[in-house]
Design a protein around this ligand. Structure first.
Ligand SMILES: Cc1cc2nc3c(=O)[nH]c(=O)nc-3n(C[C@H](O)[C@H](O)[C@H](O)COP(=O)(O)OP(=O)(O)OC[C@H]3O[C@@H](n4cnc5c(N)ncnc54)[C@H](O)[C@@H]3O)c2cc1C
Length: 493
């Protein structure tokens, strides 16, 4: 076992989706970036990419890719999902378009595929070095030194001018940061787990079910979803409580699993020849909301992505939100530079020439970055709290209300309002998924939508009875003032 030391400019801890894209953002601004990742290089070693094999990337994520000019490369293999295909117990299908028109849709993308493309692009900049099999274990924010260990037990102490912690929801950097006085975090686990399953491609290589849809088998307190993959397969996810009559606790044997699926999702069973085997092999995933504050230590270190804000996946926004962090960080850098912060890169260059003055320059560089980080955290914290809360609310809504006739009536009225008052009535779902308005604004507008819908469905039984004149008044008075004139509303996936 050896111990060595390294000095680097920009250190990124965690080469997941957010860390790899962060490396590209910083490299494009001229910084030398070193990325330390706990796992082996996923481009060389066949392995699971971690949670969820595929993801829904929507306009916030795409906006970040566009900002660094890599959207075409990164999105070469996406499958547009134009709507949701609902599967009833008897196999009946109901299709609901995602948005109010054809411009609003989701995009299914492979997590590993995207991660690998981001790593390749990062390396192609010539500014980024990846160090794999390096697990962050300790941090000293005073000297900005991070200790990594390899599987063989070798240690490297990496001293950085600036460190970015993108090591995911179970972040070591966050754990270390939260030991500092005045720092706090909360982790709120969901009492649900998830299990990934698989629908293989058809024999002719095609898709066994509609390819351009997100498939949902809603069953009240639990559900199955399936997202298409580029090779004709679907990644299937079962969301289920840990405890209770229908729960992971009651799916212990192969027979339990077979019976449960045959009763609840018979049409899905036919699509998954290896269902039971896969269920028994695959781990049960956990979901949690992570909040913490502050996210930075002066100008030395900052948390981003799930490390700063873990959200449950019921809005499909975790990665999108993490990518939006990078858009906002870049805006903060831009603002800082435009206000005379041009020493930014000069300092790094100077440090290269004067290695022995590293400590002093680190302090100078640090104070410089502090303004950027403080601005970044100020712009992001309330928005990330908002999406974290909305994701839990969405989960509760899906769990408890999908069978409630009043709720379904309100949703039907909402569709009408979105069509009738474009740009003036926009649902919370559309604001989160198909626009780049700040999440906190989507949350505020969503609460107003709920009030308007509650008022409009009071005393009516069917959607045709909705009072559109009253709707217009409510929308114009309460919602339109928040939404009209916002440029982010024009952005589409
Ligand atoms: C079931 C499910 C479905 C989801 N679906 C969607 C979706 O459709 N759309 C969406 O936008 N989001 C979705 N998400 C959320 C999304 O997966 C996360 O928000 C996203 O992966 C966060 O990226 P990240 O880079 O911050 O963290 P991660 O992807 O977790 O990456 C962290 C990286 O850090 C590395 N690391 C960890 N610890 C250390 C350490 N100590 N030292 C060094 N390296 C370390 C890890 O190996 C990993 O490579 C989903 C999540 C789940 C669970």
């Amino acid at each position: 076992m050896t111990t060595s030391e390294q000095q680097v400019d920009m250190l990124i801890i965690g080469a997941g989706l957010v860390g790899s894209l962060a490396a590209i953002f910083l490299a494009k601004r001229g910084f030398a970036v070193d990325v330390y990742e706990r796992r082996p290089d996923m481009r060389a070693v066949e392995m699971s990419a971690g949670r969820s094999i595929n993801l829904n990337i929507s306009c916030r994520g795409i906006e970040a890719l566009k900002r660094v000019g890599i959207a075409d490369d990164a999105l070469a293999e996406v499958i547009p999902m134009k709507g949701r295909m609902m599967h009833a117990r008897d196999g009946a299908l109901t299709y609901q378009p995602y948005g109010k028109d054809d411009t609003e849709f989701g995009n299914s993308i492979s997590r590993a595929g995207l991660n690998k493309v981001l790593m390749n692009i990062a390396e192609e900049t010539g500014q980024v070095r990846f160090h794999f099999d390096m697990k962050a274990e300790e941090a000293d924010f005073g000297s900005n030194t991070f200790v990594f260990s390899s599987p063989a037990g070798d240690k490297v102490e990496v001293r950085a001018v600036v460190a970015i912690g993108t090591d995911g929801a179970a972040s070591t950097v966050r754990t270390e940061m939260m030991k500092l006085p005045g720092y706090e975090s909360t982790i709120s686990p969901l009492d649900y787990g998830y299990k990934e399953l698989y629908i293989p491609p058809a024999d002719d290589g095609g898709f066994r079910i509609e390819r351009n849809a997100l498939h949902i088998w809603p069953r009240g307190t639990y559900m199955v979803i399936a997202l298409p993959n580029f090779d004709g397969s679907f990644t299937v996810t079962l969301f289920l409580p840990y405890e209770g009559p229908k729960s992971f606790a009651n799916l212990k044997t192969e027979e339990d699993v077979r019976k449960f699926f045959e009763e609840e999702f018979p049409d899905a069973v036919q699509l998954m020849p290896d269902l039971v085997k896969t269920f028994m092999i695959n781990p049960t995933g956990h979901m949690e909301t992570v909040k913490c504050y502050p996210w930075n230590v002066e100008g030395h270190a900052v948390l981003m992505g799930d490390a700063a804000h873990g959200v449950v996946p019921f809005f499909g926004q975790g990665m999108n939100c993490g990518f939006e962090d990078l858009t906002v960080l870049d805006e903060c850098i831009e603002d800082h530079l435009s206000q005379g912060g041009a020493l930014f890169i000069e300092r790094r260059t100077k440090r290269d020439q004067e290695r022995r003055n590293y400590g002093k320059l680190q302090t100078e560089g640090g104070s410089h970055w502090e303004q950027v980080f403080v601005d970044f955290v100020r712009r992001r914290k309330e928005n990330c709290d908002a999406i974290a809360d909305m994701a839990v609310e969405n989960f509760i809504e899906m769990r408890d209300k999908v069978g409630d006739p009043k709720f379904l009536l309100a949703k039907a009225v909402e569709k009408i309002l979105e069509k009738k008052f474009p740009g003036r009535y926009v649902s919370r779902y559309s604001l989160v998924t198909f626009s780049n308005v700040p999440y906190a604004l989507a949350q505020k507008a969503g609460a107003i939508c709920d009030e308007i819908l509650a008022e409009l469905v009071t005393g009516i039984e069917k959607v045709d009875d909705v009072d559109l004149a009253r709707a217009q008044v409510l929308v114009d008075e309460r919602l339109a003032p928040l939404l009209v004139g916002r440029p982010e509303l024009a952005m589409k996936s």
